[in-house]
Structures are given as C-alpha cells and as structure tokens.
Design a protein around this ligand. Sequence first.
Ligand code: PLP
Length: 368
Amino acid sequence: MSLDAFPEHILLTPGPTPLHPHALQALSRPMLGHMDPEVFALNCEIQGDLRVMYGTAPGTFTALLAGTGSLGMEAGFANLVEAGDEVLVCANGSFGRRMAEMAARYGARVRVVTAPLGEAIRADDVAAELAKSGDIRMVAVVHGETSTGVLNPVPEIAELVRDTGALLAVDAVTTAGMEPFHMARWGVDYAYTGAQKCLSAPPGVAPVAISERALARHAARRTPTPLWYCDFEGLRDYWTRQTYHHTVPVNLHFALHAALRAALDEGMAARQRRVQQVGEAIVSALAPLGFSPYVRRPQDRLPTVLALRLPQGFDDAGVRQALRAREISVTGGLGPTAGQIWRLGLMGEAARPGPYRALMRALEDLLG
Ligand code: PLP
C-alpha cells in the first residue's frame, strides 16, 4: 500500500489535529541518538517551553512521556497514589470516568463528584465532598471534558483544594497550549496533555508538569511506583541527570519542540482569540442549518471542542460519511450523546477559518 494514495483529510475532530507545518518539517530530520548532546539540549528547551506553557512555579519538573495523553493520566495516579489512598475524582464525562477507573486500578479508594451530562462540575459539590473527609490524598479533574465539550472550573476547584493537603491533578489535554493555563497561580500539582491536541504535533508524547510538592510526595512513597516506565525518578534520570532510562522517541521530540515553539511565539492570548473567533463564526454559520450549542450555560462551554446539538431528523452517520468522502472528518457524540451531537475540534491548527469554510461549503452542498 502506498501512502501517496492516502487522502489529505481536513481534520476537524477533537484530535488528532492537523500538524503544524514546523512539526511536519521537523519530523523529516535524520535520526539522532536519545543520548546525543544535541537531543539533551533540545530536551532542555522543551522543558523550559513547557514551564512557560503550563505557567509553573520554580522547582516544577517538566518532561515528555513516551505515550499519548492517557499515559499522562496514568502516570499521575501511578506515581502519586498508593493502594488504600483516598482520591476524589470529578467525573462528568468519559475522560473523568477514565480517571476514576485508573485511580481504582492503582488501588485508590475512589470517590466521585459528578454533574449531569453537558454540565460542568459544581465547585460546591467538590467542597461538600472535601468537607466529608480530611484525608483525601488527591483531587483529579479534567479541565476540558472532550466527550461533551464542557469546561470545568479548575481555578475554583483549585481554590477549594489548596488548604486541604490534597494534591491537585488536572487533565489539560484540550486546554494547555491553546488556553491560558496557570499551574502555579491556581495551585495545580500535576498536569498533562497529549502532543496531538492543542499543539498540533504528532501523537506519541505527553507533555507533563509535576510540582515540587508532588515530587516530594512521590519521594515519600511507602512503595515503589508500580509503573516502572513512567516512575518520576526514572524520568528525572533521563531528563535531569541525563542518564539512560528508556529510548525516547527522538523524532517526536523534534516535532513537539517545533510545534511548542510555534505556539509560544504566537502567544496564548492570540491563540485563545483565534479559537474564540473561529468558534463564534462556526456557531453563527451552522445556526441557520439547525445546529445549536449543546452545553446550556455559555460559561461551561469548552472553547476548543465545540459541542453542537444536531438538527431534528439529521442523518448523523450519513452526513459524516458523505463529508469523509469529500476528505473532511468531523466527529459525532461519544456514548450517550452518539447521534445527538457533533464535536468540532478547535485545537491548534484546526482553529483556522480555511478548514471550516470547506466544511460549510460541503454542508451547504449536501444539505441543499
Ligand atoms: N483526556 C482528555 C480530555 C482527552 O480528550 C483525551 C483524548 O481525547 C485523553 C485524555 C486521552 O488522550 P489519548 O487519546 O492521547 O491517550
């Protein structure tokens, strides 16, 4: 099979996003060794740029995990939770539930705060759970719940967690790199994303940031981290002490470095404006066709994943298939929202007017 025969799809999905041109260029660089000085120098720049992207405090450790966003999620529980620890998970969608499942698999006693589908977690509900027990080891929340297009109130939740002694882990998969993220100011201890989302780099590396407090908690574990591959100490062997731990995906580091630099050069405020402008334009353009925002309260809407309720009687699968034949990919609902919504990605290079103009032209043509 020849890759030349593959279509050049316009990806309007909630990830992966179209590659940034600099990332694409960087991918074609010849291989270097993972222990070569040039790669360590590049890694240092990546670490510095991640500190800026996440808005970290001094002493925060940043790195790339060799895996996707889910590995970022798993590494947090594997390193910061021990069997029997109490963990409070905010779960109002598929990715929050994935967090709860992972925490349980690492032996945590999991308590869950939920919200109705399409609604944000309420800070009051988190406060009520925190008040019930003084021994919660970690609170975990998804910032932008991709499955429903909901933005959870991380700054408010962080405020509640601050004086409890619990660590705060935040899934920043659909936010960091596109929306301002203030790890230090908010009081976040562990944050992760996936390269293929807001940064428009290829999937396969997960940028993480670990606060000094989280590193200290990790150092005080009673038992070794059960996930050897992502043990925070092992990561520091490679990223800080420059000794071998495992062979990192060097070419993905090249691409991530280029994409991250491009994001910081553009600036978070400009990127946020770009998302907002394209998002507003697409909502206005689709309204006459019968699409409407799925998330009721405007403040709960995740800017980077636009969840739109489909028009009455709309042939979801048929239209998406017809779009795909025209080399345009859009994503429907997940689980209970399947057949009811579309989730349009506005992360990274997806948040450009050109691809959405192509979608509008195709839809006008298909729907008459
Ligand atoms: N968390 C959120 C909010 C996501 O949207 C995703 C993927 O879409 C993940 C975690 C898992 O990331 P990955 O598919 O890169 O493993």
